[in-house]
Design a protein around this ligand. Structure first.
Ligand code: ADP
Length: 452
């Protein structure tokens, strides 16, 4: 660059010196010097015109001959173009590599625009959903995924979770699909073949349920005979009384365990409530309170009940009873005698809650996230002594899943706990669900192939 400037200065200096020299000998020096300036300007104008023509032509022709500063300018422009081409080639290679890796993913990926029209899909998505690329670009996703559960999921806009539906075009295959928002209002539809996992889950559940069923009858028979023996204490030798009591206690425990296992496996096997009935929360909560008073017995807990308006909900009574009574029973079991237990039904803008608050022993924070695991107990011995099976909160969690609900747990060791079943407000009868951002069904575009 410095050399180009020097050359340019030499040209200017040379022209000026020539003007001065000729003017010195021929007279009228200012005219000769001015003439040299005009010559320099004309030379530059000509170069500028050729250079502009070359740039306007897209730099495709060979660059015009130039020297000095103009040669440097052309060199820089060509260099820039070369760099831009290299960067574009690199970006293309990166995009191609990215596309190839997304194509190779075993998970299906579909890129959707903000209105859920298909823009791109990888090979796995084409196989799992039956998409054709590029023919289906521009189609609304509803035209390809017509399962009511997907439509429902999309309308509710509940994007925190994925759902399982049958693969639309492959018989006996189950896919897990979900919408993931990304960059400026677009969505990724992600899907995966989970047929094998579903099958293994079903085998495990069936096994558990069959074993529980098989155990139920012998345990009931044993329990019945032991109860008879207990009733006939007069005829029993003294040394047999304690063993019979202990055996009866264990038989009862086993029956509770088998009952809970059966209930849990039934809940797991369903994705929705087994029935949809109108439930009066007011009545159900009062019954659960009565049971809690009976369970508390001589321990005389103070059990308060407060039910807010909006008590008619849609669901399965047996599931609601299981959820409510497990939470209330735990509160009685883990609260010292005379302690306060509050049972509440609360409604707010987007949720309904069944809340049980106790003044019990509380739970250390490190246990909270694991409480809903099967057989997880903070204190195994204490739970067994209290007649717990270790399955109560797992049952609550699974029942809640049928309603898209969640179990909220707060606890302070030494002060008590708060367990709340949070339901979407939509389960309350007469309460319209909040509209979702994805809810408006897609406008039907003529010529898009959609069935309008
Ligand atoms: P369990 O039959 O043992 O009560 P759950 O699944 O109902 O089983 O509860 C799991 C564990 O959570 C219990 O063993 C207990 O340690 C703890 N827990 C549940 N509810 C309460 C509560 N209200 N206060 C203190 N600990 C509780």
């Amino acid at each position: 660059m410095r050399r180009a400037w020097l050359a340019e200065l030499w040209i200017i200096g040379g022209l000026f010196a020539a003007g001065v020299l000729i003017g010195y000998f021929a007279g009228a020096m200012p005219w000769w010097v001015a003439g040299a300036g005009v010559l320099y300007a004309a030379f530059n104008l000509r170069n500028a015109r050729r250079y502009l023509g070359w740039v306007r032509g897209g730099l495709n022709d060979p660059p015009p001959d130039a020297s000095g500063l103009w040669a440097e300018v052309m060199h820089q422009v060509l260099q820039e173009r070369r760099n831009a081409r290299d960067a574009a080639r690199e970006a293309d290679a990166l995009v191609e590599q990215y596309e190839r890796s997304v194509q190779a993913l075993p998970d299906g990926i579909v890129i959707l625009d903000a209105d859920l029209y298909i823009r791109w899909s990888n090979a796995a998505a084409q196989r799992l959903i039956g998409l054709q690329d590029p023919e289906d670009r521009g189609q609304h996703i509803d035209n390809l995924l017509r399962h009511p559960e997907f439509t429902d999921y999309r309308q509710r806009g509940d994007l925190d979770r994925f759902i399982q539906i049958p693969a639309p075009t492959i018989v006996d295959r189950v896919i897990r699909v979900g919408l993931v928002p990304f960059s400026s209002g677009q969505y990724l539809l992600v899907c995966r073949d989970v047929t094998e996992r579903v099958r293994i889950d079903r085998v495990r559940r069936d096994f558990l349920s069959n074993v529980s069923h098989e155990l139920r009858t012998p345990i009931t028979v044993l329990g019945g005979y032991l109860e008879m023996l207990q009733d006939a204490t007069d005829e029993l030798p003294d040394r047999w009384k304690r063993p019979v009591d202990a055996m009866h206690g264990q038989a009862l425990r086993m029956r509770h365990l088998v009952d809970d296992l059966l209930l849990l496996s039934r809940m797991e096997s369903l994705e929705q409530p087994d029935t949809r009935e109108e439930i009066d929360i007011d009545r159900l909560a009062a019954q659960v309170r009565e049971e809690a008073v009976a369970l508390s017995g001589a321990r005389e807990h103070r059990i308060e009940l407060e039910v807010e308006a909006g008590t008619r909900v849609s669901g399965s009574v047996s599931e609601f009873r299981a959820m409510f009574s497990n939470l209330v029973r735990n509160a009685v079991q883990y609260t010292a005698e005379g302690g306060l237990i509050r049972i509440e039904w609360r409604l707010d803008e987007d949720a309904a809650r069944f809340v049980v608050t106790d003044e019990g022993e509380g739970i250390e924070p490190e246990h909270l996230s694991r409480l809903t695991e099967r057989f997880y107990r903070v204190d195994k011995g204490r739970s067994r002594d209290a007649g717990g099976t270790g399955l109560g909160l797992a049952i609550v969690k699974h029942a809640l899943l049928h309603y898209d609900g969640e179990l909220e747990i707060e606890s302070e060791p030494g002060h008590g706990s708060r367990f709340a079943c949070r339901f979407p407000r939509a389960i309350v009868i007469d309460s319209p669900p909040a509209p979702s951002p994805l809810a408006p069904s897609a406008p039907c575009v003529e010529g898009s192939g959609a069935v309008c």
